[in-house]
Design a protein around this ligand. Structure first.
Ligand SMILES: C[S@@+](CC[C@H](N)C(=O)[O-])C[C@H]1O[C@@H](n2cnc3c(N)ncnc32)[C@H](O)[C@@H]1O
Length: 273
């Protein structure tokens, strides 16, 4: 009985008090109203400049932007950049260009921040996202930074027939495939199918880079207040490094490398065909 009352009080607090307070901040508003997983929300986390309605909104935004889960998101972007940077210069040694296909790219911040490498033509990027707003956002930010060699397309990566067909259509073949902030939203079957498709699609020695959450410090908060942009139920899949290691191995990937962040939340997984 007491447990039930306490649960009701807690629900009331999250749904009616905390939710309305959080909506005053830019990150809170994005997470509750426009979709927690949207590329625009992630751009705001990467920018790390508090915004919101009134002083209180900006203050709440500052608190949210400093949550370990949000710091870990910024951290994963840096880790992805490090892996990419290393790959670009190794490829350069072998007189190869790095061609990156970014699946569910959002604004592809980790790619856009490799500015010189894009300008020099050492890397070419093709970014795909199903959300038109994200595609526009990526295009505008890339154009604003006068970035060349990076393109954004709208598309659902699960309805592309085969990545191979798409690659033939645009006459361009990647040697790196990225999926950052994607697999957490999909169940084991979908993830395995996508990784198999990536494996088939990559050339020999091609690299896959993806992020995965093994934990999220604000799990409860997200479950109680967050919504996805499609309004669907918020289901997240947390997976340990061992899960990825055996899946990647089973599919045939080699040189599996899994980087655990300092918060033990995000893992960056890389593997070669
Ligand atoms: C959490 S954001 C990640 C953005 C970016 N990759 C990053 O790590 O900063 C997830 C993105 O996946 C996109 N997305 C989700 N399902 C997708 C699908 N089936 N096809 C293409 N994009 C998808 C969403 O529109 C959103 O922009």
């Amino acid at each position: 009985m007491i447990k039930r009352i306490l649960a009701r009080i807690e629900n009331f607090f999250y749904r009616h008090i905390l939710k309305n307070l959080l909506k005053l901040s830019k990150l809170g508003y994005g997470t509750i109203i426009t979709g927690a997983e949207s590329g625009a929300n992630f751009e705001h986390m990467y920018n790390n400049h508090p915004e919101g309605r009134f002083i209180i909104g900006r203050y709440i935004d500052k608190v949210l932007l400093n949550l370990p889960a949000v710091q870990a998101t910024r951290g994963r972007k840096e880790d992805i950049k490090r892996v990419l940077w290393n790959e670009i210069y190794n490829n350069k040694l072998a007189n190869k260009k790095t061609h990156v296909l970014d699946l569910a790219s959002g604004g592809a911040r980790y790619l856009r921040e490799l500015t010189d490498e894009h300008q020099n033509g050492d890397i070419e990027s093709l970014c795909i996202d199903k959300d038109r707003t994200c595609v526009k956002l990526g295009e505008n930010l890339a154009a604003g930074a006068q970035l060349s060699n990076i393109r954004f397309f709208q598309g659902d990566i699960f309805h592309l027939n085969h990545l191979r067909d798409m690659s033939l259509r645009v006459r361009w073949k990647p040697n790196v495939v990225i999926a950052s902030g994607l697999f957490i939203y999909f169940d084991a079957n979908a993830v395995e199918k996508m990784l198999k498709e990536i494996y088939d699609f990559l050339p020999y020695k091609g690299l896959v880079i993806f992020s995965s959450y093994e934990n999220l410090s604000s799990r409860k908060l997200m479950r109680k207040v967050a919504s996805t942009s499609s309004g669907e139920e918020w289901t997240l899949y947390y997976r340990k490094p061992d899960y990825w290691r055996s899946l990647l191995h089973r599919i045939g990937f080699d040189q599996i490398f899994i980087l655990r962040d300092q918060w033990q939340m995000n893992n960056i997984c890389t593997a070669r065909k």
